[in-house]
Design a protein around this ligand. Structure first.
Ligand code: ADP
Length: 421
């Protein structure tokens, strides 16, 4: 097996550079990776420079090689630079490693980052707020960034997780949630068409489908069966033109899989999607949330505390309109702005003559929005063409922009586009 490893890695299997506890370290962390190996890191810092770094691991050769290389890369660097050492830097410095052992480099870089974060937390506790350049977060150097400091009652693990999440979301201009009081009202249809309309308006857009009950977006965009790539532990979105898409549906072997997941598993997946997807720089992220006002949409809202707001989808039937009141109250309780209400399936478009007939009493959405003091974004007619386009995996607004439904979808995005001005 050893012949799969580079000479540099093999040397460190046998004789890791640092393999001991540092006395009186300025930063220390211990992390157990998904493989069960535990790594510990210690750093000493003088005037913002890592003067010594050391580690131990319960893992064997590859783990020792990665920890050892991480210590060498960290020493002599500023704390900020050390906190930015990534898995790929360690692998490159070792001249590569077989794929099944690359997670050791991820564990080493994460443990080093955690030791840097611990150093910063200790500094802050001593009344020395981090200096410009100390941040382990690789997104920005803003003093005001909430990802910069560990909260008083926050554990190190929670801090690192929050930092990773905020670093990722920091590259996204506007986050829009699409919510509905219940399933089947066309929430996913509206989310897809908002995302595609924004893309057609020249924006860089991501569409995230965390509707655990029915991740229907791959089907609606003709992306069923698309393989999601993994780039060094990051999830790479599937691309449709310039639209970047991630859906739980890409990860399920069969459609019923998600339904049997327990609550914490669902929450973990939602968090992982927000933290680990490599969106890059986006103008908008449109999130198709689970329906209702229970734990699942609650987690989504809590994980996106700085979202620009929610679009709430309803249908003209009374029950749905009353469900949507609950959604608006839910947003208010969470301080989530409501960008507006969309009344879907509002009037029926005759496929022969194009005439719109009101099968249900329409206008309930507008009235309710008015009563609750939130904007009404418009009504989308019930059009068999919309359902057919969804089934055929063709985004309706792209293929039929000049129909009543196409024009209605386009109008909904006006207040969303205004956010970017
Ligand atoms: P939800 O996300 O709220 O569960 P979906 O977006 O999956 O709802 O829509 C449910 C069904 O209704 C889908 O088959 C979709 O094609 C259809 N549908 C949604 N909006 C319309 C519309 N305006 N006209 C015709 N069919 C629609």
């Amino acid at each position: 097996m050893e012949e799969q490893f580079s000479r540099k890695a093999l040397e460190r299997f046998k004789d890791p550079r640092n393999y001991e506890e540092l006395e009186e370290p300025d930063g220390h962390a211990r992390i157990t990776g998904p493989c069960g190996d535990t790594m510990e890191f210690w750093i000493q810092v003088e005037e913002g420079i890592v003067t010594a770094a050391s580690f131990t691991t319960t893992g064997c050769g590859p783990s020792r090689a990665c920890g050892s290389m991480a210590t060498e890369l960290a020493e002599g660097k500023t704390v900020r630079e050390a906190g930015r050492i990534e898995q790929k830097d360690i692998l490159e410095a070792l001249d590569g490693m077989p794929e099944e052992h690359q997670h050791c480099a991820l564990l080493a870089s994460n443990t080093l980052k955690a030791a840097v974060a611990d150093f910063m937390a200790r500094q802050a506790a001593r009344g020395n707020p981090p200096q410009e350049g100390d941040s382990a977060c690789s997104s920005c150097d803003k003093d005001s960034c909430s990802a910069r400091n560990k909260g008083e009652n926050e554990s190190l693990e929670d801090f690192l997780e929050r930092q990773a999440l905020e670093a990722r979301l920091c590259h996204i201009g506007h986050k829009i949630l699409v919510l509905s009081g219940k399933g089947g009202v066309g929430k996913s249809t509206v989310a897809v068409n908002i995302a595609v309309s924004l893309m057609m308006a020249g924006k860089r857009v991501g569409l995230l489908d965390v509707d655990i009950h029915g991740p229907s977006i791959p089907k609606m965009l003709g992306l069923e069966g698309s393989a999601v790539e993994n780039n060094e532990g990051n999830i790479v979105p599937v691309e449709l033109g310039t639209l970047k898409v991630i859906s739980l549906g890409f990860f399920l072997r069969n459609e019923d899989d998600a339904v049997i997941w327990r609550g914490p598993m669902k929450m973990g997946v939602i968090k992982q999607f927000l933290k680990d997807v490599e969106w890059g720089d986006l103008d908008y992220l449109v999130v198709d949330s689970p329906p209702g006002t229970g734990d699942e949409p609650l987690s989504v809202c809590q994980l996106l505390p700085n979202a620009d707001g929610a679009v709430v989808v309803t249908t003209p039937q009374d029950v749905s309109v009353s469900d949507v009141r609950k959604s608006i109250t839910f947003c208010r309780q969470l301080n989530m702005p409501v960008l507006g209400v969309v009344e879907n399936m509002s009037g029926f478009v005759c496929p022969h003559c194009g005439e719109i007939t009101e099968i249900f009493k329409t206008g309930g959405g507008a009235r309710m929005a008015n009563q609750m003091g939130v904007p009404f974004l418009g009504g989308i007619p019930l059009d068999p063409g919309v359902a057919n386009a969804c089934d055929a995996g063709r985004p309706y607004t792209h293929h039929f922009p000049d129909t009543p439904a196409g024009l209605a979808f386009k109008k909904i995005i006006d207040p969303i586009l205004a956010l970017d001005k």
